[in-house]
Design a protein. Structure first.
Length: 235
């Protein structure tokens, strides 16, 4: 039976051998939620960058550019990191490819590329991810983007939600990280939004007046799609 493990921070990735496994990269608030939303809104592909300058340079190739640093939209780009940037119609996105860089999420993607497959998870597509993983029948590592190397509640909660969806078809008991995430999920599942009000990143987003983003990002199964890394882009 395949297993699911959870890497609480990209800083811990050197402790994991991703070869032969599927990496589910998650940054609930907000990078992977925004990328899932972008693809659902008709963006054909997304190229994630670690560096702002590389991302900005993609405008010359016709890409929309999206960039966030410390929760704010960076200067000189088309979009920030709110999922509503792909929904509100201010910048038309359907049919446009996107180059994106964020503080933690895009870095976590690049650090996970040793895996057999890299997919992007969020509450918005958690059911689609669970179905995909069942078809793969490979061990899974959830890579939490965290915040600047630190543990964060929202990505760990996603790990618990995914493990709960995969049980009993996956082994969810051989990793203490997964057991902890499942316990956290049991505590929070009745009202994830209310639970996350105490989290550091929700406080950070509230201070930036991004109030509506958290309520959207905790919705489950809004989109039936699995963003996957293919030839240097996410499709
Ligand atoms: O760090 C990231 O990748 C972002 O998701 C952080 S923020 O939600 O845009 O502040």
């Amino acid at each position: 039976m395949p297993s699911i493990d959870i890497c609480f921070s990209p800083e811990l990735l050197p402790l994991f051998d991703l070869r032969g496994r599927v990496a589910v990269v998650v940054d609930v608030l907000r990078a992977t939620s925004s990328m899932v939303t972008a693809l659902a809104a008709g963006v054909p592909h997304i190229v994630p960058f670690a560096e702002l300058a590389e991302c900005r340079a993609m405008a010359a190739q016709g890409y929309l550019t999206a960039a966030e640093r410390d929760g704010r939209q960076a200067e000189g780009v088309d979009l920030g990191n709110s999922p509503f940037g792909y929904l509100d119609g201010v910048v038309p996105v359907a049919g446009r490819n996107v180059a994106i860089t964020t503080t933690n999420g895009t870095r976590a993607i690049h650090l996970s590329l040793a895996a057999d497959a890299v997919v992007l998870g969020a509450f918005l597509n958690v059911g689609a991810i669970a179905d995909f993983l069942r078809r793969q029948q490979k061990d899974v590592v959830v890579v939490c983007a965290g915040w600047k190397g630190n543990f964060c509640l929202e990505d760990t909660l996603f790990g618990g939600a995914l493990a709960a969806r995969l049980h009993p078809d996956f082994d969810v008991t051989s990793s203490d990280a997964t057991l902890a995430a499942l316990d956290l999920w049991e505590t929070a599942r009745a009202d994830v939004g209310a639970y996350l009000l105490k989290s550091a990143h929700v406080r950070r987003l509230n201070s930036l007046e991004s109030h509506q983003d958290m309520a959207f990002c905790v919705k489950q199964d809004e989109y039936d799609l699995v963003p996957i890394w293919q030839d240097g882009r996410i499709v």
